[in-house]
Design a protein around this ligand. Structure first.
Ligand code: NAP
Length: 341
């Protein structure tokens, strides 16, 4: 590969795709040529990159001639069907979907944790699930010091995690409630939701991704399955409840973790303060803890509410917040691409 790269973004118009362009530009990624790909609906429209208009093309099997790095963010089916064409054309694929994550030949990477795994790629590198990537930003440094055995966690996930249509659904429902001058106890709207199975405005839906036989959802099991692969820790266990809440941007996760070794709170705080890509905001008496509204748009995740867990042996509880469009998707993908150059 020469110094300047021909980069393709598949799903450029999506919630993640837009952020990918921003990350490539802001981080000064060495883009020599940029190819923007989306569905036929977007073909011919333009998006700005470094002040220039770039025309979006329809994704086809022939879209990847001359491409060095292809950032995929258009859903698992598109990755399944088109990533092999990109690899055949000589590109390295960084895939945001879940399609390749458990493939043993595909590294699954959070650069702050397992950047070295990038080198083992055979054409495709997977970007982890957003809730998992954010959680591991605090859990992994703690694991290195104390040896994590298992976690019990609940997520509070933003609608932008579902994509552009879900952002619009929350905005539309909120406007509907306000414009009709409804009372607080008349929050259940007449309009039918189209993206989520239930109204998301003024609600909390304990249903992210599809349900498995076990009663967990696929999203909930990603924490254990992807956490094991990224941390190289096959015995790691995670029981998670994923909840969608009416927040536009940034996921929050409440985690209670049990470790092999006793946890010293001051030591844990010091470890997290020194962890890359992570800020500690932890001064509850002054009402300081990480908040989705503050973390939205920020590269770093933030951890707070650190306390020795009262119900687990060698346990630590904490609250972590991260912008899932960035560390959970676009930023992490661009960081992986940076490892390639
Ligand atoms: P989104 O906002 O719905 O965007 C979907 C993108 O895919 C759009 O650019 C869309 O293009 C494109 N697309 C759809 N059908 C296509 C087709 N047939 N051919 C080519 N392009 C097509 O979704 P998103 O939230 O950005 O998510 C994209 C991917 O990233 C998904 O795999 C998702 O699981 C993953 N991901 C998302 C997040 C997150 O926080 N949102 C986090 C981690 C991973 P048009 O505009 O032309 O329809």
């Amino acid at each position: 590969m020469s110094n300047l790269k021909h980069v393709a973004v598949v799903g450029a118009t999506g919630a993640v795709g837009v952020e990918m362009l921003r990350c490539l530009e802001e981080r000064g990624f060495p883009v020599g040529q940029l190819t923007l790909l989306a569905s036929a609906r977007s073909a011919g429209k333009t998006m700005k990159f470094k002040g220039e208009d770039v025309t979006i093309k329809e994704l086809t099997a022939d879209s990847f001639a001359g491409v060095d790095i292809a950032l995929f963010s258009a859903g698992g089916g598109i990755s399944r069907d088109f990533a092999p064409h990109a690899v055949k054309a000589g590109a390295v694929v960084v895939d945001n979907s879940s399609y390749f994550r458990q493939d043993p030949t595909v590294p699954l990477v959070v650069p702050e944790i397992n950047a070295a795994d990038v080198k083992t790629h055979q054409g495709i590198i997977a970007n982890p699930n957003c809730t998992t990537a954010i959680s591991l930003m605090a859990l992994y440094p703690l694991h290195q010091a104390f040896g994590v055995k298992r976690i019990i966690a609940s997520s509070y996930q933003a609608v932008s995690g579902t994509g552009a249509q879900a952002i619009e659904e929350l905005a539309k429902q909120s406007r509907e409630w306000a414009s009709e001058n409804r009372a607080w106890d008349a929050a259940k709207l007449d309009s039918k939701p189209t993206v989520y199975p239930h109204q998301i405005a003024f609600n909390a839906i304990p249903h992210v991704d599809s349900f498995l036989e076990s009663g967990y959802t696929k999203e909930e099991m990603k924490m254990e399955n992807e956490g094991r692969k990224i941390m190289h820790h096959p015995d790691f266990r995670a029981s998670v409840t994923c909840v969608r809440i009416p927040v536009f941007r940034a996921h929050s996760i409440a985690i209670s973790a049990e470790f092999e070794k006793p946890v010293d709170l001051a030591k844990a705080r010091e470890i997290l303060s020194n962890a890359p890509g992570l800020d500690v905001i932890d001064d509850p008496s002054n009402k300081q803890y990480p908040l989705a509204l503050d973390i939205a748009g920020r590269d770093n995740c933030a951890v707070g509410r650190l306390r020795i867990d009262c119900a687990l042996d060698n346990g630590l509880s904490f609250w972590i917040v991260g912008d899932q469009l960035l560390k959970g998707a676009a930023l992490n993908a661009v960081q992986i691409a940076e490892c390639l150059v």
